[in-house]
Design a protein around this ligand. Sequence first.
Ligand code: ATP
Length: 935
Amino acid sequence: MSHPNKRQKVQAHRLSQSSVSALSKVRQQQQQHDGFQETSRSSTGQGKKIKFSSESPEPTTATPPAKSTQKPNELARTNGSPVDVVTNGGLSEIEAIELRKKNEKARKKQEKKDRKRRKEEEKTKLAEKESDDGGYSSWNGFSSGPDPDRDRNLPPTKKLQKKFVEESVILEKSQKESKRKRISPTDPDTPSPVATPSSIDKSSKKKKRKRHDTSDIFAEPESSKASKAGDVDDTNNILPESLMASPVASKSSKPTQKIQSVWDRLKSQPKPQSKETESPGSSRNSILSGTPGPASDLSSITIHSADKVSPDPPLEQQKHDKPKVYKNIQLKKKSKETQQEVGNDSTAGLVDPLTPVPQRPQDKSKSQVAKDLQTVRETLPIWNFQKEIQSTIRDSDTMVLVGETGSGKSTQIGQFLLDQPWMQRRAGPTGKKYGGCIAITQPRRVAAISLAQRVSNEMGTQMGKEVGYCVRFDNVSDETTKIRYVTDGMLLNEILHDGELSRYSAVVVDEAHERSVSTDLGMGLLKGIVEARRKKKVPLKLIVMSATLDIQKMSAFIGGNPTSDDIKEELPPAPVCQIPGKIYPVDVFYTPSTLDNFQTAAVKTIFQIHYQYPCPGDILVFSTGSEEIEDLASTVEELAQQMDSDKPKMHVMKLYASLDPAEQQRVFIKGDPRVRKVIIATNIAETSITVPGVRHVIDCGKVKMKRFRHQLGIESLLVTDISQASAQQRKGRAGREAPGTCYRLYPEDCFKKFAKATEPEMLHCDLAGALLTLKARGVDDVFNFPYLDKPDRQSFERALLTLHMLDALDDSGKITEIGKKMSKFPLPPVQSRVIVAAGEEEKINTDSEEDVLVDVIDVLSCLSVDGNIILQPTRWSKATEDTRKQVDPLLPNKKKKRKASEEDSDEDMTLEERQALERAETILSRISGIVPADA
Ligand SMILES: Nc1ncnc2c1ncn2[C@@H]1O[C@H](COP(=O)(O)OP(=O)(O)OP(=O)(O)O)[C@@H](O)[C@H]1O
């Protein structure tokens, strides 16, 4: 089988998203047809594709054939025969060339004139339209354009591309304008000579400003106006200058020397560097340093901000800012190779998803890595509160810990408590041993794994030893593990098996604001365990953490230590420790009005950022579900391939729950700083995680939530607005390694209308599973269990009836043997009942050839996966293996073992079985687009 080139691979990948290959073929054909239409339009000069960049004076069509027909000289030269050029009726070679040059020049001039005229027409139309509708339609929905008839017959993606390209040009023009203004900042009301030559009259200036305003998605919120005026000492809601009509910088008098020198440096830099527009940092600079002045490039701001926020910029940050300082030759080589691979398709601005991830420097010992990371740890806001946290939890069994996102809660808390005297494993009254380990719960497995990896790096230990994790189907920890990151579902499971959690000295419930059923049940159960362990004089410490928490409610709920022996006495609230300060500022932007289609807006924003900010600076986009993510990713990939070759390339990555875990971990590996990673994720990336390199967040403001539909008796996923707490968490994914930006694809008013906190899952889900868990844990009176928010009585009754119907409860409401078996499966009760029933069937019909249980497991496995049940085996295996090796150091050993056992089992196969297996593999490969159907 021949290896497909990168473009084919990307296409094959896209095909794999749809299992309907026929449909894909039709689509492909249509695309080819569209491509042809585009080319012919270009050659006739109609609907010519505008280049993404406004830097290059030379307009080119996107399709190579058009290019080649327009440059015969070059064609001839590439054919290797300059004499071939002499074909002009007896003219000498030189004369012919001269003549052609002249013609070419005249043609270009004419083209330039035409283009200018067309642009002017477009601008006028756009300005007129904007004055009609407030500018909204100029970017949203791509409904308005210079010549609507021209695009009528184009398919939607092409229309979108064309519209986007046109708008990008307008955007870049306006950015350039604001950049020019900033180089020579003057009074905002006095137009700079560069920006406003005398030939331009006042009305056209106004039009220009208007266009600038409306060509961007993000409006200037009230609060940012205040901050510009110096009233607000917060970087929230500050509009990036380059997105504004009148830059912030123009309010200031003169640039500081430092920034001016950066500008000078920037101007003298080669094209790709100097054309990058300013970051929104001038206001940030002004606020942080008290020095008003224009923005410079992102790197200068980073350095500047770091100066102010922390005296020593974190080491990782320094590396990130100056990729050239890498001393590791191996790494250099690697990245060269990577670039060669990436660059072999010069027209595509897209990094192939199969591109190997650059390896981390291998020559650094674990202790060296830990030593480097120590510098980062010491700059975290939580670092100075170490003693306070230690003494609070020494004196009290419970504590609420609140601190900004990125302040260091999840990574540092375990390390702060590790050496405390109460952490020692010790014997209880009966001689049973208690303690020695800390459990830190996370709502999602991806966070648990990445945090364990980070903390083991910080401690310089091997993953799975002193620091480990335990998530469903994957336990990387042993008896020696001291800090164990677990999902809250796994902790619940542990409580089922060991009602005292005797292994642990402390349990930290992280991201408690998420209020999943498991978190709420876990907290209710932990409350009881803390009391029980206190009585046995082997206390279990409980810490509840979040950045966005209702502190009073939580501290009253978990309660502090009793003040007397009177057991009836109500517990005082738990002590609260609040960590002030954030690590880096994040600027927030809102849209001026509500959008119909956040997917389109997300695409636009991604490219606006890409064109506006220099690399490094990855983008994290929050979308709603896997389908939306796949759609968005393929649109971005398609558009990225049409970018100019001098623009930084893009690497589009996806992150959602049903993705292969190794694929999920891939986003955490630092990539080539010259390539921009665009990670499109669901809310699984919302809390706890730090995706290295992310500087920009795009938040669609929506989430898919499970809702129980009483009439139908089923749960379904519905798209709803997020809460303010969620929005803050999403914003908090930027500003962790450097200052960042957050683009909210909704207006500020909408944000204010969002619920303050996320509604507890318990209040809108089917309670049957939760009640079965409680019953199995021995809680018979489920109605009076301590819930943080109690569901209504009807929900209880409905759930209890369901459990009774499934034989999980007897007539008195006690759990039955069937119920106990059911509670062990991490499935909804209805599904676990089917498994138990199938198991019974197996026992009864031992002679039957039908393997009911296996069939049932197959069906339920498919039902458990959100959406995509088709594997992507071989195509990803190389990439997946690279990632796995970095995440799981024991992988080579595991693989050896697996290979040995596979070889054993291969020997037992009959010829037919082997052929069937091969056939199945081929079909699977075909479905997932690895092998063309006609191969
Ligand atoms: N994988 C990583 N790569 C790079 N830096 C990281 C990584 N994990 C953590 N950090 C650094 O450590 C800081 C603290 O991260 P941590 O997860 O402990 O914060 P947090 O307070 O728990 O945030 P949140 O409330 O968002 O979960 C981050 O701001 C970042 O600077």
